[in-house]
Design a protein around this ligand. Structure first.
Ligand SMILES: [Zn+2]
Length: 130
């Protein structure tokens, strides 16, 4: 999922996207590898568009801020969730695609990069309280 949150709208006719509620300023992550850029849309506000090599495109709309043009890997931060544009009534991510049938899979949790062993903290096992 590009960000953790409650899904408030599913894919339906006229809405090729999943809406996910958010706290403004929460980082939004790329759902796949690709090249992307940010543009302004009156209805969708700041919108980041990410193009996969196979022609699939995902969009991340109503952002507070969008990422610079360039190459992105799955899990990279592409912008900050927001409430920009006319077609929004509260902070949320409009996560759309030209292949909306793939959004359910793309919305699955994105694993964060593993922590290098030298940064890992040993787990402390707490004794049960008597
Ligand atoms: Zn939407």
């Amino acid at each position: 999922m590009p960000l953790a949150g409650v899904i408030t709208q599913q894919v339906r006719p006229g809405h090729p996207a999943i809406d996910i509620s958010c706290v403004e300023g929460t980082p939004v992550r790329a759902a796949h590898d690709g090249t992307g850029s940010t543009r302004w849309s009156r209805d969708l506000g700041w919108t980041f568009t990410l193009n996969a090599p196979d022609g699939m495109q995902t969009i991340y709309a109503h952002l507070q801020r969008g990422g610079d043009a360039g190459a992105y890997s799955r899990g990279d931060v592409i912008g900050l969730c927001g409430n920009t544009g006319r077609l929004t009534t509260g902070a949320h991510l409009h996560f759309g695609s030209n292949r909306p049938e793939r959004l359910a899979v793309l919305a699955a949790p994105i694993p964060l990069a593993p922590v290098e062993p030298r940064f890992a903290v040993p787990l402390v096992v707490l004794a049960p309280k008597p």
